[in-house]
Design a protein around this ligand. Structure first.
Ligand SMILES: [Zn+2]
Length: 406
């Protein structure tokens, strides 16, 4: 299929196109019509296109997808004094076209996200409902079974399947003491009935309670199943995937049964030491995500998804893998491979233009430890449904790159 040249709305010329879903990595032009990918070829005729972006020297990928964000900002408090960033701050303003909010809202306060935030954001905003019925407006979100409203959660997912993709549950104090694995079991009951998947946060950052470590093996092999997601794969917190610096065997078992593993860098959910230990076991996460919040966006340690890509690349993950882990793989998890995560003709024209920069970069974790990397990813432009969106100035005084050594 090829749409006639005179109908192109936009042609992006001369970039290095990396489309992992279609095994493409070469210099190509990308044409867009009516918000869809119309052609990916060499030498596309540009003179009749309404708009042309010269991407020579840049990298053109399917629109980056951040599978774990807190991007429901603006619906709880009218100021920036909030836990969550606004969708576009995590999204198009940072070069990212799709963000999945992971549990900022629960069933009883999800209306603002569904009816107002998602339709008005320039970024494609999707969400997982917190299993706690009031989400992070009521931290800790699960103190007892009374904080969960199963019927309302089912109703919300069924009423907005294009936006609400499932349930998020955090295996942290005090919910794990109150409910144990009944919390993720309840999450599974909800998605079994309503559709979507379950994302479980592992690692008890709230209490470091040893119960968390007792619960994780059964969680991984007896509760989660095909299509579900474990987030904080590279965490060193109690109940995450390491025990005595060794990867617990249930992680690979769960992967074999179709469970996905997400990074979710976050405030306290990532350390270089634990990341090295997990990767040394040959256990590569499926997706890189930021877990960005308002607190971390300027103060760190999570500045943007592209900064997180550089952080994970500093551990030896290749740039091409980092692109796959932020494009085709999250699209697969979301069940949206026909629309997102590739540059296949006919799919949504969500595109990220990025730079791969060489240098001596410093990457931060919340403990203060610093990792050193030789590559960083810098956003240039995000294009959603064929429409280029402006970046903002970036999280640091000098813009988007990580701190440089010296
Ligand atoms: Zn999170």
């Amino acid at each position: 299929m090829r749409i006639e040249p005179n109908s192109y709305d936009l042609v992006i010329t001369g970039g290095r196109v990396i489309d992992t879903a279609n095994s493409i990595d070469s210099q190509l032009d990308v044409a867009i019509s009516d918000g869809k990918i119309a052609a990916v070829e060499t030498g596309i005729e540009v003179c009749t296109s309404k708009r042309v972006i010269d991407a020579a020297g840049h990298i053109v990928t399917p629109g980056l997808i951040d599978l774990h964000t807190h991007a429901a900002g603006g619906i709880r408090k009218p100021t920036n004094d909030d836990f969550m960033v606004e969708p576009d701050a995590a999204g198009v303003s940072a070069g990212v076209t799709t963000v999945l909010d992971a549990g900022s809202v629960g069933a009883l306060n999800s209306g603002g996200l569904v009816n107002f935030l998602a339709p008005h954001a320039k970024t494609r905003l999707l969400a997982l409902l917190n299993i706690g019925k009031m989400g992070v407006a009521n931290l800790p979100e699960v103190k007892s079974i009374d904080d969960i409203d199963e019927a309302a959660s089912i109703e919300v997912i069924q009423s907005a399947p294009g936006i609400i993709k499932g349930i998020k549950a955090r295996m942290v104090t005090p919910g794990i003491q109150a409910l144990g694995n009944d919390m993720p079991r309840t999450a599974k009951r909800i998605t079994n009935e309503a559709g979507g998947f379950v994302m479980v946060h592992v690692g008890d950052i709230a209490g470091q309670n040893p119960i968390a470590a007792d619960l994780t093996p059964e969680l991984l092999t007896g509760i989660l199943g095909e299509g579900d997601v474990v987030t904080h794969t590279l965490s060193g917190a109690v109940g995450a995937l390491l025990a005595d610096r060794s990867l617990i065997s249930q992680a690979q078992e769960a992967r074999n049964s179709g469970v996905y593993f997400d990074v979710g860098v976050g405030g306290g959910n990532f350390s270089f030491e634990s990341a090295k230990a997990v990767l040394d076991h040959g256990f590569m996460p499926d997706t890189i995500s930021s877990d960005i919040t308002a607190m971390s966006r300027f103060a760190g340690p999570v500045f943007s998804l592209t900064e997180c890509m550089g952080k994970i690349m500093s551990l030896g993950v290749s740039f091409e893998d980092a692109v796959r882990m932020t494009t085709s793989k999250p699209a697969e998890i979301l069940g949206l491979t026909n629309e997102l995560g590739s540059l296949s003709v006919g799919s949504n024209a969500d595109i990220s233009i990025i730079d791969l920069i060489q240098g001596d970069f410093l990457f931060h974790e919340s403990s203060g430890a610093i990792g050193v990397g030789s590559q960083a990813v810098r956003p240039v432009t995000a294009i959603r449904d064929g429409v280029p969106q402006p970046l903002d100035v970036g999280p640091r005084p000098w813009g988007w790159l990580p701190t440089q050594k010296g």
